[in-house]
Design a protein around this ligand. Structure first.
Ligand code: ADP
Ligand code: ADP
Length: 210
């Protein structure tokens, strides 16, 4: 199963992708996580991407397309994947299609998680990441267990000013990508407001899981 997750920062893409991954066993591939890892390791890609990311701007298409196409061609992604945060632009969507088609592969579902900006602010300011497992928590809505509470960290770009820029950019950029998939009959819009389990249930029913 090949699934794309679209949604504003803080809409729950990473949280829900982890749940689908547990159920179906396909890898969760997050362009944001891959780019943050490249920055942390100070690779050539990370050096090029860092300034864009810290300003809440999109990293240029050619850089992102390359890392994602290399990643989805790895053996663990041969039966499917969950792409989170990619494609974000029409050229990225076109590059993905061009890479899959020769192998007879398609995107099965595109899920757009909708959450109003007012809710997003509370989610992202409370977001905490476990640097050891990369698991996502929330200080209030999904608190980390006591034994790891001391080591969780906040993302640099979850600061409110940067976040507002990312949200504005998200709204501006997403329309074209969602139109692209809507025209192909693949787009499902899911309400992302509610408990984690409620949102999970909505997504599972859309992609035919129980
Ligand atoms: P969130 O999930 O919080 O929306 P991400 O973790 O997906 O944010 O992305 C963090 C940053 O990484 C983005 O602000 C952007 O700079 C960069 N990025 C991630 N995915 C892409 C992409 N597909 N195209 C361009 N830049 C990207
Ligand atoms: P994204 O990957 O879209 O940026 P995350 O999955 O990282 O979003 O979620 C952002 C924050 O909101 C995290 O702290 C997460 O624990 C929390 N969160 C996710 N889904 C919900 C929900 N349905 N209700 C409340 N908090 C949520």
């Amino acid at each position: 199963m090949r699934v794309l997750l679209i949604g504003p920062p803080g809409s729950g893409k990473g949280t829900q992708a982890a749940r689908i991954k547990d159920k179906v066993g396909i890898p969760h591939i997050s362009s944001g996580d891959m780019l943050r890892e490249a920055v942390a390791k100070d690779t050539p890609l990370g050096q090029k991407a860092h300034d864009y990311m810290s300003q809440g701007r999109l990293v240029p298409d050619d850089l992102v397309i390359e890392i994602i196409l290399v990643r989805i061609s790895q053996p663990d992604a041969s039966t499917g994947f969950l792409l989170d945060g990619f494609p974000r632009t029409p050229p990225q969507a076109a590059a993905l299609k061009k890479a899959l088609t020769p192998h007879g592969f398609n995107i099965d579902h595109v899920i757009k998680i909708e959450v109003p900006d007012s809710v997003i602010i509370g989610r992202t300011t409370g977001r905490r990441i476990d640097p050891v497992t990369n698991k996502i928590y929330h200080s209030e809505f999904n608190p980390p267990p006591p034994e790891i509470a001391a080591r969780v960290i906040q993302r640099e770009d979850d600061e409110e000013v940067t976040l507002r820029k990312r949200l504005a950019k998200y709204h501006k950029d997403t329309q074209q990508v969602t139109d692209y998939y809507e025209q192909r009959g693949l787009l499902h819009i899911v309400n992302g407001v509610g408990k984690l389990e409620e949102v999970q249930q909505r997504i599972f029913s859309v992609i035919g899981l129980s």
